[in-house]
Design a binder for this molecule. Structure first.
Ligand SMILES: [Zn+2]
Ligand SMILES: [Zn+2]
Length: 286
């Protein structure tokens, strides 16, 4: 089936059209969880996180609508983190305690017994850290990133920020690293874009360039695919030995890039066995 036809079919179904971006990700996570046993557990956990994120995003949307200052803000990510966000952090920690894998569950329990002030400190360290990553990969990075993601997505979509000049290697909005690539149908081929690992912005990016070290030599940028996961590619770089996964929408128009990236765990295991390091771990720190 051609992607254009698939889109039209979806377009006639109002029920599908009304789904917001979080609902589409949750639905896709359920679908892939049933299909890929190796990813079932991780996708169940992701669905629980995404349900919280959807609620939080809706709430923030209503609040931000009233605060018109954000709408005209050209640099929302330079502003300090609003302390009142911390009020919802306890609820998020409970979601992780109920649904997360063992080590995260324990870490969530420990954090929940801490003060609201210590919670704000943790979130602010992540918020102010941008690319260098003020928090090392691990539970604390996960808690802050996953909890603040709906806020980041909200202010990004409301800001009037624009960029010009060369294609950015970091997210043009929040300055974090891209978490994955997306190939979208364009003419006979595909246009690559990168997707921010935090605020979920998507920006166009040349196909034959390493987003880690800017290598442009075709021979040093091998692409790998696996028979069972044809629509997800490992795009590696033999100069800096990093890799990023790209979800190929020309092969699967139904994919939800973030979810399909997360589900394709065997590709990460394979890439890491070849000695490549992921440019940026995904939300679940994989
Ligand atoms: Zn971003
Ligand atoms: Zn590279």
């Amino acid at each position: 089936m051609k992607p254009g036809i698939a889109e039209r079919v979806t377009g006639t179904d109002n029920r599908v059209m009304e789904q917001n971006e979080w609902q589409r990700r949750i639905a896709r996570a359920e679908e892939l969880g049933a299909q890929y046993t190796f990813a079932a557990e991780i996708l169940r956990f992701y669905s629980a996180i995404a349900r919280f994120q959807e609620d939080f995003h809706g709430e923030l949307g209503r609040e931000l609508e009233r605060a018109t200052v954000v709408a005209s803000d050209s640099e929302p990510f330079a502003r300090p983190l609003p302390p009142e966000l911390t009020g919802r952090f306890g609820t998020f920690l409970s979601v992780v305690e109920q649904n997360g894998p063992g080590p995260l569950r324990e870490a969530a329990g420990e954090l929940r017994s801490g003060s609201e002030d210590s919670h704000f400190q943790l979130l602010a360290v992540f918020w102010n850290g941008s690319d260098a990553g003020a928090l090392p990969p691990g539970p604390h990075d996960f808690f802050a990133r996953a909890f603040l993601q709906p806020y980041a997505a909200s202010i990004r979509s409301r800001s009037n920020m624009r960029w010009n000049g060369p294609t950015p290697y970091l997210c043009p909005f929040c300055k974090r690293k891209p978490g994955l690539g997306v190939l979208r149908p364009l003419g006979d081929g595909g246009q690559r874009s990168l997707l921010c690992s935090f605020c979920l912005a998507e920006w166009e990016f040349r196909r034959i360039v390493c987003p880690g070290c800017r290598e442009e030599n075709h021979a040093k940028l091998p692409v790998y695919t696996a028979e069972e996961l044809k629509h997800v590619r490992v795009e590696a770089c033999d100069s800096c030995r990093s890799y990023i996964k790209t979800v190929d929408m020309t092969k699967s128009g139904r994919a939800e890039p973030i979810v399909d990236e997360m589900a394709s765990i065997p590709l990460d295991l394979w890439a890491q066995k070849q000695g490549y390091t992921k440019l940026q771990p995904n939300l679940l720190q994989l």
